[in-house]
Design a protein around this ligand. Structure first.
Ligand SMILES: Nc1ncnc2c1ncn2[C@@H]1O[C@H](COP(=O)(O)OP(=O)(O)OP(=O)(O)O)[C@@H](O)[C@H]1O
Length: 271
């Protein structure tokens, strides 16, 4: 019989918790807004069931890259992208791709909580309805409860499901937006500075939630907070002036980065 040493068992456990399966890949991604080039040949892998943080000074292209991952840049008339982005090996810019379906697979949570001006229940039920994921009332009830549970919000709102989502606190609204993204069973969730409008307590709750969500989803988060990147992510990618400077395990990026620009940024010398 093959006996595993303690070290081998530990390594195997570590690997299962930290899968290196590729979920999305950007290859030589360039983005232009009209004449202005915002991204220069970015190559970046996003690994399954991990949180990848995108960091870097203001205007370096973090949000632009994030928006490429679910073709949100398509909604900006002057934006043009070259290069390739894949999801499970499939080119998401292939003309045969249904963008609505893509955005259900790769959901997004924005900087400012933006619930629809509808009830908490309707905020969640909307996505499954337009994607045909539920038809009967019992199915909607189920998806609403499950999504709110996963977003850690159910207990706080279960007695007011038919009240407006906009009546919740900022932190609750952001968790409602996360629940809304979860309701259509995404594989990847993109988060663009999801805590920047929240107080420290609400931020801590969303960060805890991000850590829990990693078990079932792949997450890419743009953040200005070095502490947040260090707390929630397994991988960190550093951008500067539209270039990907370096990418690696978060621990290494924050303790022993290869590039001086990363060192300068994380120690607050610029940005
Ligand atoms: N819709 C747009 N139209 C024109 N230029 C844009 C647009 N969006 C972004 N840009 C430009 O592209 C560059 C990258 O912007 P982006 O928002 O991706 O950076 P960022 O790193 O996310 O910045 P921040 O941290 O300030 O949000 C900037 O120079 C910005 O002015």
């Amino acid at each position: 019989m093959n006996m595993l040493t303690d070290a081998a068992v530990e390594e195997a456990l570590d690997a299962s918790q930290n899968s290196d399966t590729l979920k999305m890949r950007g290859e030589d991604v360039c983005v232009f807004y009209g004449e202005k080039q915002a991204l220069f040949g970015v190559n970046l892998d996003v690994r399954e069931n991990q949180v990848t943080a995108l960091i870097g000074p203001s205007g370096c292209g973090k949000s632009t890259f994030l928006r490429c991952l679910n073709r949100m840049n398509d909604t900006i008339d002057i934006a043009r992208i070259t290069g390739k982005i894949t999801l499970d090996g499939e080119d998401i810019y292939d003309p045969r791709i249904d963008v609505v379906e893509l955005r259900a697979r790769v959901g997004m949570v924005f900087q400012k909580p933006n619930p629809f001006p509808k009830s908490i229940y309707e905020n969640i039920a909307y996505g499954p309805r337009i994607h045909g994921l539920a038809t009967k009332k019992s199915e909607f009830d189920e998806v609403v409860e499950a999504s709110l549970q996963k977003a850690g919000l159910f207990n706080e709102v279960k007695d007011r499901l038919h009240e407006p989502g906009t009546g919740l606190s900022g932190g609750q609204q952001q968790r409602l937006c996360i629940a809304r993204a979860i309701a259509v069973s995404p594989e990847v969730i993109l988060m663009d500075e999801p805590c920047s409008a929240l107080d420290p307590i609400a931020t801590a709750k969303v960060e805890e939630l991000i850590d829990e969500l990693r078990e079932n989803y792949t997450i890419v988060i743009v953040t200005h907070s070095m502490q947040q990147a260090a707390r929630v992510s397994q991988r960190t990618a550093m951008f500067h002036l539209g270039n990907l400077v370096e990418e690696g395990p978060t621990d290494k990026m924050f303790t022993n980065p290869d590039d001086k620009r990363t060192q300068d940024y994380i120690t607050g010398r610029f940005g």
